[in-house]
Write a protein of this length. Structure first.
Length: 278
């Protein structure tokens, strides 16, 4: 690499110059994961976990073997959305993830704590270590794609994931408010700093459809998504509406049974990554 600065602490590339730098963690030896996609946001409350879940569902319904790593250690929500309340357990092969009715493999801190409502009061390095163990110690089996639901911001966990796990790219989730451009910019710039490709932008809560006339109502004002995507040179994947039924199904742990077609744009992303369903 002619442009290598030999500063491995801020680089996600695999190259001979990494000797003495931060090495990628080794995947559990009984696992095979073809592609890894991180789902990130610059701020909380934009529906990042929902986009993660919908992406996994779309991939699964189209023949991909799919898993979700819930890396939001202090605010896990993935198990509840899928109605998973069982605990992970150890085996000779590693920690066994939960498996949903549609055969999506899940790992979350909520599968390890005694009570789902118990808070995780840990400092950053400990949280980062747990996330890395979700990669090294969990027996994921054979997956086509693993989605990593990351906590908001650009702190310890995103840094750990970008440095320790071979990420193929990230999807940035945002909402329509005016401050979006700045928030998206932080996530995009961090990814570029770490040499992680940005696969696309998803605007969540873009509008709500009137149940009487079908008109789209922009609850948070005009969408900024197209302009923001153009500013940073990234693809706008989808503009997702506010869907009360989908929210209710997620609250009840029945998101797998939603019959919508949200996040089918993930299929184009997987195709661009060279991944084909078997």
């Amino acid at each position: 690499m002619s442009d290598c600065t030999h500063d491995c602490s801020s680089c996600g590339a695999d190259c001979p110059s990494r000797s003495g730098g931060i090495q990628k963690a080794q995947l559990n030896e009984h696992s095979s994961v073809k592609k890894v996609i991180g789902v990130v946001s610059g701020k909380g409350g934009v529906g990042k976990s929902m986009v993660t879940a919908l992406s996994a569902l779309a991939a699964t319904r189209n023949g991909y073997k799919t898993g979700i790593m819930d890396a939001d250690i202090t605010g896990p929500s993935i198990p509840k959305m899928f109605g998973v309340h069982s605990k992970a357990f150890g085996s000779d092969f590693g920690i066994m993830p939960a498996v949903t009715p549609t055969e999506i493999s899940l790992m979350s801190i909520n599968l390890l704590v005694e009570n789902e409502t118990d808070p995780v009061v840990w400092r950053g390095p400990v949280i980062g270590g747990v996330v890395e163990q979700f990669w090294t110690d969990v027996c994921w089996g054979d997956l086509d794609v693993l989605f990593i639901d990351m906590p908001p911001g650009t702190g310890d966990v995103p840094l750990t994931v970008f440095q320790s796990i071979p990420i193929d790219g990230i999807i940035v989730v945002t909402s329509p408010q005016d401050l979006v451009s700045m928030i998206v910019g932080k996530a995009v710039k961090m990814a570029k700093l770490m040499n992680i490709p940005v696969l696309g932008l998803v605007e969540n809560m873009s509008y709500i459809t009137c149940p009487d006339c079908g008109r789209k109502i922009e609850m948070f004002g005009p969408s900024q998504a197209k302009a923001v995507a153009a500013t940073y040179g990234i693809k706008l994947l989808e503009q997702l509406p506010i869907d009360p039924l989908l929210s209710q199904e997620a609250d009840l742990g029945k998101i797998e049974f939603n019959e919508g077609t949200q996040m089918e744009s993930i299929l184009e992303v997987l195709d661009d990554l060279g991944l084909k369903a078997e």
